[in-house]
Design a protein around this ligand. Structure first.
Ligand code: CP
Length: 358
């Protein structure tokens, strides 16, 4: 086991802030913890007496249940600070008397009491301003003396990406030489964050995979993240390309990951001074969405992938829109393995940054 240089670090922009070797360590730790869990071994000494605070500004099944179960299995416990039932943490300029509490006070107070703060925020609580939720987490990190864990913001969903890499490692034993396609898929819901596709393409290029990003026009991701993927691909001798054709994305892929995300028209954009530079246009968002209903994963579509190819999705999936039942419930689907691996991914992250020793 490599030495633990994770202690006390924030897990916010994890694809950018942790090295390839550190991601590999986390995968190893997660698989070790998974094995111990399967053998019913007692791991409750790893985070004995440690407290995790969770704050969900949005709905969640997988992230909520696996963080809660994970900390308990490692000997700690979690306190769910439901925004609205506590005073909702707010950034400077967004205060509402007796409803919100300034993040600087919340973060400093919780640092005196517990061992990490895990936050989920995107969409309406972040005013659909692209980057607002990520900046909120960084404001927590600025004032907290304990690690901040990103449980999905408007830019990244790094705990999901780690679970996805664990699943790929289990299925294929390696990352090198694998073709992974992150594809947009149709959904009746036009407002969704870009966090999953952005984290998946960053993590996959970081691991040296051959990554294709497939989406219709209007669903472009953050240009800075695209540039980082190109840089990662060149550093790891993998590859990265973007296609605007659903079939092209699927051809020869070992892993297809088709899911919906919001078009460029869904978001408000601000500059560094916080001034609005572009407002959302939901009519245009509806138009580009409805034009691309055929981006649905069917059994026939899956015939284009490699003969050992697998279907991934972070869940929840919009069945009959993003994907047909016979694909997501079919033999190539690994979606429940991915969801289970959230538990082991989160345990590895918490063990390494909150002070566990293996
Ligand atoms: N994939 C994922 O994050 O699931 P939840 O929204 O249920 O947490």
């Amino acid at each position: 086991m490599r030495t633990n240089n994770f202690l006390g670090k924030d897990w916010i922009d994890a694809e950018l802030d942790f090295t390839k070797e550190e991601w590999e360590t986390l995968i190893d730790v997660a698989l070790e913890l998974k094995k111990r869990h399967a053998m019913n071994e007692d791991t409750s000494g790893i985070l004995k007496g440690k407290t995790l605070f969770t704050m969900f500004f949005n709905q969640s099944l997988r992230t909520r249940s696996t963080f809660a179960a994970g900390i308990q299995q490692l000997g700690g416990f979690h306190v769910d600070l439901e925004p609205g039932k506590t005073y909702t943490p707010a950034r400077k300029g967004f205060d509402i008397p007796y409803k919100t509490e300034r993040i600087s006070d919340v973060a400093r107070m919780l640092s005196r009491v517990g061992d990490a703060i895990a936050i989920r925020m995107y969409g309406p609580p972040a005013y659909w301003i692209y980057g607002f939720a990520n900046a909120t987490m960084k404001e927590f990190a600025q004032y907290a003396d304990i690690p901040i864990i990103n449980m999905e913001c408007d830019k990244f969903h790094p705990t999901q990406a780690l679970a996805d890499l664990i699943t790929i490692k289990e299925k294929f034993g390696t990352f090198k030489g694998l073709n992974l396609t992150m594809s947009w898929a149709y959904s009746g819901s036009i407002e969704k964050p870009r966090a999953v596709p952005q984290s998946v393409i960053l993590a996959a290029t970081k691991m040296g995979m051959n990554v294709t990003l497939a989406h219709p026009e209007g669903f472009e991701l953050d240009p800075e993240i695209i540039e980082t993927c190109k840089k990662f691909a060149s550093q790891t001798s993998g590859s990265f390309r973007i296609v605007n054709d659903f079939d092209e994305g699927f051809k020869g892929a070992h892993i297809v990951y088709p899911k919906s995300w919001g078009s460029v028209y869904c978001f408000n954009y601000t500059n560094e001074k916080g001034e609005t530079v572009k407002k959302n246009d939901l009519k245009k968002a509806e138009e580009v969405n409805e034009k691309n209903k055929h981006w649905r994963t069917t059994k026939k579509q899956m015939e284009l992938v490699d003969k050992h190819g697998i279907y991934m999705h972070c869940l929840p999936a919009d069945r009959g829109q993003e994907v047909d039942d016979d694909v997501i419930d079919g033999p190539r689907s690994v979606v429940i393995d991915e969801a289970e691996n959230r538990l082991h991914a989160h345990k590895a992250i918490m063990a390494m940054i909150m002070g566990g020793r293996l």
